[in-house]
Design a protein. Structure first.
Length: 366
């Protein structure tokens, strides 16, 4: 190997400072020759590559070309259906890409992240499950500082709930909020306290849970949208809503008494619904009977009056005939159900003329 540095003090940078070589002018070292340095480096590389001399440049170009192609192809990446691509240029967020085959400038210019956006995440507020607390036996550990809330009627309720959410915008999710889990938890607790503060304790513990869940979900979503968090809340689910443990027994007694009151009230309403229609029916029936009796009596009286007037008119025309007819009609009514025996007073003595009218009537009927 030929020493190309002879005559320069054994150094490519010329004579060392203060040496006797050089121009002897005392003005310091001579500046390096850049072209000569590059030539020396190239010669050193050529010694380790196949094919020296003028023909040694072609393999270098080929290798560099292959490396460039491989480097450019490293920018291809695939986004799965349950993912969303996030492209970073020198660490700064540029844009998001959809599922499929995509391309970005190779590293280190650009990089791509592919977070799962369809995975449903869960955040528990007011309690921790066995997996979260580290206990293998399972169960649930209550967190009073999160679960105890003040109601609108100045009562305290112990409420546990869960928030389910997914990633809506991966770019905002990764770079607009520092702690997604903590942000969702803080927003959920704030929203629930606001809704509970507007509600009485009775609906919270009974039929008002669905309304509370819907209102809480809306408030959480509004808070997260103001943060540009890229999070979509899918559901708020109430796990438990009870009075505090210190007064839960007394509250249950009150609930039982209220349930008894409601049951008695319902029974009374059912009895009233049964008796009142029946009484109204009986009253209507009596009124109808009285109305019919009234019409019957009035009609009979009018008929009797009309009959009396007709008889009186006939009587005025022929008094004797009318009297006799009235007498006969009256006797017919009086003697209708009496056994009658008729004796002819003009018949001979010693003979009792007897006409058995009742017997004749019986035979006629038979």
């Amino acid at each position: 190997m030929v020493d190309d540095f002879k005559g320069r003090g054994g150094s490519p940078w010329g004579s060392p400072p203060g040496g006797g070589g050089g121009n002897g002018s005392g003005r310091g070292p001579t500046p390096p020759d850049i072209e000569e340095i590059i030539k020396n480096i190239q010669n050193t590389i050529n010694r380790f590559l196949p094919g020296r001399g003028a023909k040694g440049g072609k393999p270098i170009i080929l290798i560099l070309t292959i490396l460039a192609i491989v480097w450019a192809a490293s920018g291809l990446y695939r986004v799965l259906p349950d993912e969303q691509g996030v492209v970073l240029r020198f660490g700064k967020f540029v844009n998001t890409t959809q599922p499929g085959l995509n391309y970005h400038f190779p590293y280190p210019i650009e990089t791509a992240l592919t977070p799962k956006v369809t995975k449903v995440n869960r955040m528990d507020v007011g309690f921790r499950s066995g997996a979260d607390t580290g206990f293998s036996s399972g169960g649930v550990a209550d967190v009073p500082e999160e679960s105890l809330m003040l109601t609108g009627d100045e009562n305290i309720v112990n409420i546990d709930f869960s928030v389910f959410w997914v990633i809506k915008d991966a770019g905002n999710f990764l770079f607009k909020i520092q702690d997604p889990q903590g942000t969702v938890k803080a927003a959920a607790e704030t929203a629930m306290r606001e809704v509970i503060a507007r509600s009485d304790i009775q609906p919270i513990l009974t039929e008002g849970r669905s309304r509370i869940e819907i209102e809480t979900q809306e408030i959480i979503q509004n808070i997260l949208d103001e943060y540009n968090s890229g999070i979509q809340v899918t559901q708020v689910q109430t796990q438990k809503a009870d009075p505090p443990d210190q007064v839960i027994d007394a509250f249950r007694d009150v609930q039982a008494a209220r349930a008894d009151m409601e049951r008695s009230k319902n029974e009374a309403e059912a009895y009233a619904n049964d008796v009142i229609p029946r009484a109204r029916g009986e009253a209507a029936k009596i009124l109808q009977a009285a109305e019919a009796y009234k019409k019957e009596v009035v009609a009979r009286a009018e008929g009797e009056a009309s009959r009396f007037v007709a008889i009186y008119n006939e009587y005025a025309k022929a008094k004797e005939v009318t009297q006799e007819r009235m007498y006969l009609e009256t006797m017919e009514k009086v003697l209708a159900d009496i056994d009658k025996v008729i004796i002819d007073k003009n018949s001979g003595s010693g003979v009792v003329p007897y006409l058995p009218l009742p017997e004749l009537t019986k035979k006629k009927v038979n």
